[in-house]
Design a protein around this ligand. Structure first.
Ligand SMILES: Cc1ncc(COP(=O)(O)O)c(C=O)c1O
Length: 396
């Protein structure tokens, strides 16, 4: 169990030491408890643990020491009362919504979200009698018009995948709270270091830990953070009985990832800024969006809401899909991959990958054109990334 004084630690200390529990061997690195179950000293102890009358672990679908270390470190880092680790970012989004909603409830969601998140709010929830309204997340009057007494949750990503549009989280939270709806923020693009949704009024924060938290492209994971009451009463029974458990091994990778998160994110931001600056005026690029550039339409909001612009860049190549594909195929260093937040620079064509499920008109509404590419700037020397782009652009 983390000691109480850990709450007053500064960020870097929380990232390295938060939530650490040592076994009787006194290991310095967190132990990996690869066990499905736990034994009890006697039948009475088993009964008491199942009844929650005795502390201790029961079964790794419910909880596990390595997973709990990850959860406690995340809760400390985020300033949340509690956290639950799950198998992937999508398991986190699904569980955070499904555990609290029922037929007759309504959800208001930003239209610009990751393709699988759109599937959950747009297709899955309505199957269970939950009505979803999609709104332009940057338009506060649209949120205001959609939120009503039946709204139980609002869902948003900021910056959004892949358009990098930014939503005024505090203003949306204020609107949602007037009707008692909970604000669920997918904070993946911002990272836990660069944006603090709870300080802006969020009730539930979710992450794909697969991204910057692991940060080295090794494993899938997710985490949900919220009040202790929400986690204990609504989320935990849902997770316990539906089973999207985080593997202890993956939780250990995430713990190790967290130890260097602020160092990596700072370098990611530095590199992405250099890459955005180095490419924005290239004659082969029609448009480049990066939250760190003054040309981003919500630059002022980004300054207020975020502690740094992140490592994601969206760009449009002159010459449509053909040119975008030629650019991708011409890159020799940057990998074509739909993952993000990795130490390796990765690039994807959202219209044919992460957002291919959406009809063409919907992609157009969101600003996902056939010429658009989304890049996650990694930890290589940024000049090598810029050089790679320039040689690929010159080859179009
Ligand atoms: C914003 C966002 N949310 C959720 C996810 C899902 O995460 P995972 O792949 O870990 O399920 C992703 C990426 O895949 C994402 O970019």
């Amino acid at each position: 169990m983390s000691e109480d004084r850990s709450k007053t630690w500064r960020l870097a200390t929380k990232l390295v030491r938060g939530g650490t529990m040592r076994s009787q061997f006194g290991e310095t690195s967190e132990a990996i408890f690869m066990t499905s179950g736990f034994r009890y000293d006697n039948a009475e102890a088993a009964e008491a643990r199942f009844k929650n009358e005795q502390p201790g672990f029961v079964y790794s679908r419910f909880s596990n020491p390595t997973v709990e270390m990850f959860e406690q470190r995340m809760a400390l880092l985020e300033g949340a009362e509690a956290a639950r680790g799950v198998a992937s970012g999508m398991a986190a989004v699904n569980a955070a919504l499904m555990c609290q909603l029922k037929a007759g409830d309504e959800v208001v969601s930003a239209r610009a979200v990751f393709g699988s998140c759109r599937y959950i709010v747009e297709e899955l929830l309505p199957r269970f009698g939950i009505k979803t309204q999609l709104v332009d997340g940057t338009d506060l009057s649209a949120w205001k018009a959609a939120i009503n007494e039946r709204t139980r949750a609002v869902f948003l990503e900021s910056p959004a995948n892949p358009t990098l549009e930014v939503i005024d989280i505090a203003a949306v939270a204020e609107l949602a709270h007037t009707v008692g709806a909970r604000v669920v923020v997918d904070n993946v693009f911002a990272t836990p270091v660069l944006q603090k949704p709870f300080e802006l009024g969020a009730d539930i924060v979710v992450y794909s830990a697969t991204k910057h938290i692991d940060g080295q492209g090794r494993s899938l994971g997710g985490v949900i953070l919220a009040s202790k009451a929400f986690i204990d009463q609504e989320l935990t029974p849902y997770l316990r009985h539906t089973g999207p458990a985080l593997s202890p091994f993956n939780a250990w990778l995430m713990l190790k990832g967290l130890e260097t998160l602020d160092l990596r994110v700072a370098r990611h931001v530095e590199n992405a800024t250099k890459v955005a600056e180095g490419l924005k005026d290239h004659p082969g690029i029609a448009k480049l969006m990066y939250p760190g550039l003054k040309t981003h339409p919500q630059y002022d909001l980004i300054q207020r809401q975020m502690r740094g612009p992140g490592n994601m860049i969206a760009l449009e190549v002159k010459g449509g899909k053909t040119a975008a594909f030629k650019l991708l195929n011409g890159l020799k260093l940057v990998d074509i991959s739909n993952n993000l937040g990795d130490s390796k620079s990765l690039i994807t064509h959202p219209a044919t990958t992460t957002h291919q499920r959406l009809p063409a008109e919907e992609r157009a509404t969101l600003g996902i054109s056939d010429a658009m590419l989304r890049m996650s700037v990694g930890l290589e020397d940024p000049q090598d990334v810029i050089d790679d782009f320039r040689q690929a652009l010159n080859g179009i």
